[in-house]
Design a binder for this molecule. Structure first.
Ligand code: NAP
Ligand code: ZN
Ligand code: ZN
Length: 365
């Protein structure tokens, strides 16, 4: 066995990889393991393009391993199952999100929070083990990390739920921002943000979108169902809603100040960060204790974070989405458009998620 991506495993595979921090993606031949007893092998049909893919290929988080085959919003059709697999059979539609492994025995794993397992294995660019993501012809993963696809959920619009969906759903549940009548803001109307709006509305929440782009107002309110829309750079709009929110889900991918958001929270309000900008945020104490303005003696606010979700919760989320007919608004692209798509994603020029039509556009050469 050689150690090159093409020869390290016995099964031939094909995909698109970044070779360096330019992030340019181009075809690659590589290989995947044989189907183990507990493994599910599937042909990839669609793969969403998450902003984390862009951060990763550009090495924004200083942890890139090249060649890197991104993609962690993967749906496909099962082609082979190991002898012990119970969850799915050949021909079933399945999904894989951001994780393909964990220790299965630590406190986090036994309580269905595998995403916080110290040994969790990311779908691609995993630190300890070499893994390759869904910008590729097929996948193989242990059945524990396979999502059974609901019968009526579209594959293309559903794919982004596997990362964008669970990343916003999990904190709504964990931080209790899921009670009908609450007022929750979603900051950043991108891939994660637009799904967050739809989930919150399905839960009976009053939703305010906070965006940098006034042109998104019409879609946010009339298409996605948000109750109101604020432009974050408009101080008077922000002032007018100080101390009115139970929670905020911040999906912003770039540096931005938190104090103006903290000031929007009611006492005991929660600001949950799911976006992963490169620079550390500044979190001053007084706005958490008192609110921005001493006139508003309101505090005990919390700034928290959240990372994707466990496998059990991901399955629950996908069924919740199917039940409420929630899918991402997608722009389906061929794989050879991916570098242009990444350039557009960098500029927030996507309504609201690119999804690669892998089956119809990725051809081995
Ligand atoms: P996206 O589609 O690019 O959306 C990000 C949104 O952030 C943009 O649409 C834009 O919304 C807003 N934004 C961009 N630049 C901004 C700036 N300079 N100031 C203020 N707002 C700005 O990205 P995504 O795929 O939703 O991912 C969002 C972030 O979440 C990324 O950092 C990603 O890595 C991270 N993420 C985290 C997890 C997790 O587990 N925690 C999972 C997936 C992704 P407006 O145009 O409305 O302002
Ligand atoms: Zn993602
Ligand atoms: Zn574990």
């Amino acid at each position: 066995m050689g150690s090159s991506p093409e020869t390290e495993h016995p099964v031939k595979a094909f995909g698109y990889a970044a070779r360096d921090s330019s992030g340019a993606l181009s075809p690659i031949k590589f290989s995947r393991r044989e189907t183990g007893d507990e493994d599910v092998r599937f042909k990839v049909l669609y793969c969403g393009v998450c902003h984390s893919d862009l951060h990763s290929i550009k090495n924004d988080w200083h942890n890139a391993k090249y060649p890197m085959i991104p993609g962690h919003e993967i749906v496909g059709v099962v082609t082979e199952v190991g002898s012990k697999v119970k969850k799915v059979k050949v021909g079933d539609k399945v999904g894989v999100g951001c994780m393909v492994g964990s220790c299965r025995s630590c406190d986090q794993c036994v309580t269905d929070q595998e995403q916080y397992c110290a040994k969790s294995v990311q779908t691609y660019n995993s630190p300890a083990i070499v893994t390759y993501g869904g910008y590729s012809d097929h996948m193989v993963a242990n059945e524990h990390f396979i999502i059974s696809w609901p019968k009526d959920l579209p594959l293309d619009g559903g794919a982004p739920l596997l990362c964008a969906g669970i990343t916003v759903y999990s904190p709504m549940r964990y931080y209790g921002l899921d009670k009908p009548g609450m007022h929750v803001a979603v900051v950043g109307l991108g891939g994660l943000g637009h799904v967050a709006v739809m989930f919150l509305k399905a839960l009976g929440i009053k939703v305010t979108v906070i965006s940098t782009n006034p042109k998104k107002k019409e879609e946010a309110t009339s298409k996605l169902g948000a109750d109101s829309f604020l432009v974050s750079r408009d101080e008077s709009q922000m002032q007018a809603v100080m101390s009115t929110m139970d929670g905020i889900i911040d999906t912003v991918s770039a540096d931005h100040p938190l104090p103006p958001l903290i000031s929007l929270l009611k006492p005991n309000g929660k600001l949950v960060l799911v976006g992963a900008p490169t620079k550390p945020h500044e979190v001053p104490a007084f706005p958490l204790l008192l609110g921005m303005n001493l006139f508003y003696l309101l505090g005990r606010k919390l700034v928290g974070g959240s990372l994707i979700g466990g496998m059990k919760e991901t399955q629950e989320m996908i069924e919740f989405a199917a039940k409420h007919k929630i899918t991402a608004a997608v722009e389906v692209i061929p794989i050879d458009y991916i570098n242009t798509a990444m350039g557009r994603l960098q500029k927030s020029d996507v309504r609201y998620r690119f999804v690669i039509d892998i089956a119809n556009s990725l051809k081995s050469t």
